[in-house]
Ligand binder design. Structure first.
Ligand SMILES: N[C@@H](CCC(=O)N[C@@H](CS)C(=O)NCC(=O)O)C(=O)O
Length: 307
């Protein structure tokens, strides 16, 4: 077994991005289904506060955010690569575009359809997380035409990119496909007019069927309690050093807190790793003992905790 534990839930689009990468690599992994809204009492001992989905665990190392997860998958399981054309930067640029420009637009479109069969508190929670609190279904409906127009701009670009090649990185699938697929999957599956909207893009529809056919590798169900036991029985990997050129001036072993730019929940711990791509803290949890929690550097706010 690979040792990978993915904490996720099936309808999570960002988790779908990671599941496709697991499929491209053909990995086996443990699947832990977590709640769709807080509280997430059995995830918190691992992340120390971070509540977004997905989270990847390998032993006592916890990887928060799909960007951090996918980088770690490529580090630990390099073959087959997620960057078949050798241009990882180009793939990550597509990822930034789909995460930062497309995902918010698709969210607004999907939510304008209303939310049926959702857990209690779902709409209030997501309104706060994604729209800063001040939205209603009616206000989203009022913007729908603009959001659909913006979505066309992005999907037309994917359609054009797929004109002469099977996948976004060439003949073989990779991370760029996962990055563009998850927003397509979200629109197709959760917006009632999504299939009609995307029917205008034949290359994209052919491609999305091919990415879907890749699957998710080999998931095996695991309970949240079993995942906590795995962390308890493991030691985090050794720290990886501090980038002295980081503009923050943070030093090894300082107590810091880390949170996503769009969320108030913080994770506090001792700084054990800082690079251009990643910030890592070590925390001691009463339930599971020492855990290293890793985040992307970009898009996260790091604060020094006063002693
Ligand atoms: N930047 C994060 C975004 C993750 C995200 O927004 N995930 C959604 C689910 S698709 C989420 O966390 N929703 C709230 C929740 O699951 O509690 C990443 O790439 O992992």
């Amino acid at each position: 077994m690979s040792g990978i534990v993915l904490h996720h839930y099936p309808p999570s689009p960002v988790s779908e991005k990671v599941r496709v990468c697991l499929g491209v690599k053909g990995l086996d992994w443990h699947s832990v289904i977590i709640p769709r809204v807080p509280p997430k009492p059995k995830l918190m001992p691992l992340t120390g506060g971070f509540r977004l989905t997905p989270v990847m665990q390998i032993g006592a190392d916890i990887y928060c955010d799909s960007v951090c997860i996918i980088r770690e998958l490529e580090n630990r399981f390099p073959k087959p690569t997620l960057f078949p054309d050798g241009d990882a930067d180009a793939a990550w640029a597509i990822g930034r575009r789909t995460d930062q420009q497309m995902f918010p637009v698709i969210l607004a479109i999907v939510f304008s359809d209303g939310v049926q069969n959702m857990p209690e508190g779902f709409l209030e929670d997501r309104a706060q997380l994604y729209f800063g609190g001040n939205i209603t279904i009616d206000s989203l409906r009022a913007q729908l035409a603009d959001k659909l127009a913006e979505a066309h701009t992005h999907f037309a670009w994917i359609e054009a990119a797929l004109q002469k090649q099977s996948f976004l990185g060439g003949d073989a699938p990779g991370a760029a496909d996962a990055f563009a697929y998850y927003v397509t999957w979200f629109l197709l599956g959760r917006y009632k007019d999504g299939p009609a909207f995307l029917a205008a893009y034949p290359n994209l529809m052919r491609w999305q069927a091919a990415v879907k056919a890749i699957g998710h590798g080999h998931p095996f169900e695991l309970t949240e309690d079993a995942a906590l036991s795995l962390a308890r029985a493991s030691e985090p990997l050794p720290s990886v050093g501090i980038n002295q050129n980081d503009p923050s001036g943070f030093e090894a072993d300082e107590m810091i807190s880390v949170r996503p730019e769009n969320d108030k929940n913080i994770t506090t711990g001792r700084l054990i790793g800082l690079s251009a791509d990643r910030v890592s803290v070590l925390r001691h949890d009463p339930d599971v003992g020492p855990v290293a929690v890793h985040f992307p550097r970009a898009g996260y706010v790091i604060t020094r905790v006063k002693a």
